[in-house]
Design a binder for this molecule. Sequence first.
Ligand SMILES: C[S@@+](CC[C@H](N)C(=O)[O-])C[C@H]1O[C@@H](n2cnc3c(N)ncnc32)[C@H](O)[C@@H]1O
Length: 359
Amino acid sequence: MTAPAAPAHDIVLEVLEGCAPFARAEAQQLGEANLVGPTEVRLRTADLTGVKSLRRVVAAYLVLRIPARRPTELLETSVQQEIAESIALIRRSAPKPRFTGVRLRAAGADTAPMRRLESEIAAGADLPVQEDGDLVVRVRKAKDLLVSGRSALAPALPPGPAWELLIRLTPRPLATRAWRTVNYPGAVNAAIAASALDILDVGAEDSLLDMTCGSGTFLIEQLHEAVPERIVGVDLSAEALAAASAHQRAARRRGRIDWLQGDVLTMPLEGGFTRLISNPPWGTLLGEHETNEELLRALLGRAEELAAPSARLAILTHEIGRMESVIAGGTGSWSLLQEHRFFQKGHHPRLFVFERTQG
Ligand SMILES: C[S@@+](CC[C@H](N)C(=O)[O-])C[C@H]1O[C@@H](n2cnc3c(N)ncnc32)[C@H](O)[C@@H]1O
């Protein structure tokens, strides 16, 4: 006798603009996943543990769709019971999360009905209401979701006026990695790093170099995918490399990374890399704009020296104008394959992907 299939849940995946196609492809390994906007993927799956291991999303929420016209209807006992049961389900799902307080996020979160809703949810979960609570519940009016002309809602969900409660599955956003124990200024968002590595298309047969590795985000993210034969991270800063090594230890993944301190432009380094990546200093946070342009140009040149034939190079930078002016001045044997835009809290980093075409 086979065990009955576990019931599937409706999940909302919050994503950064630019990460959505990669988040969707990753989520499709768990169930039917649809893009319903530039920053949202809807997924149906019974595998909550699998959802918590998604690496290209910012945060994942269990969705309750409640037929209701007004938020006050969400205070009804049957609805409160449903919410409490969903929170209990989330708390039972491995790895078991430990929440410390409830925080409601909604348009009009300060209105009396929303405040009451927040305290009822908190009481049902036996937790306090906290301004920085880690059991995050988003409340919003439900929209009818159409994907390719058909409803993206689960078949059992009734159409008509409804509200949605989105209960976050984890105390911290998924993009805030457990391995990130050191706060390194300028570190790239891990969901963007994972998506950028998808675009660069790194495999087990590759040798991978991060020319300006900082706290090691790209290389540690790659350890969660196919582990390349050779992995090298270079940075000028001893502090950066100490952070990168600490992060690698905390990530506890198989695979060796050589962390090397020095100026990647001049230090002796055995070449032959098939995949190269760099997220050079940008703005005034790290480095100066003018020297950043020279650095971008120099990185392209040095990457040529260190690359195998047909290698690929990806540069993630906020310095779009300067990168474009470097490209206009000539990129040697690198041909620009594509540009991919990301969007994160007012920043617009862009990934420039090159392929080595001669020599
Ligand atoms: C934006 S940070 C990289 C952040 C990194 N992606 C992370 O997630 O932590 C840029 C890094 O480039 C390094 N850097 C700048 N010039 C360099 C050079 N010539 N050789 C090696 N590293 C360099 C800086 O020390 C800094 O750590």
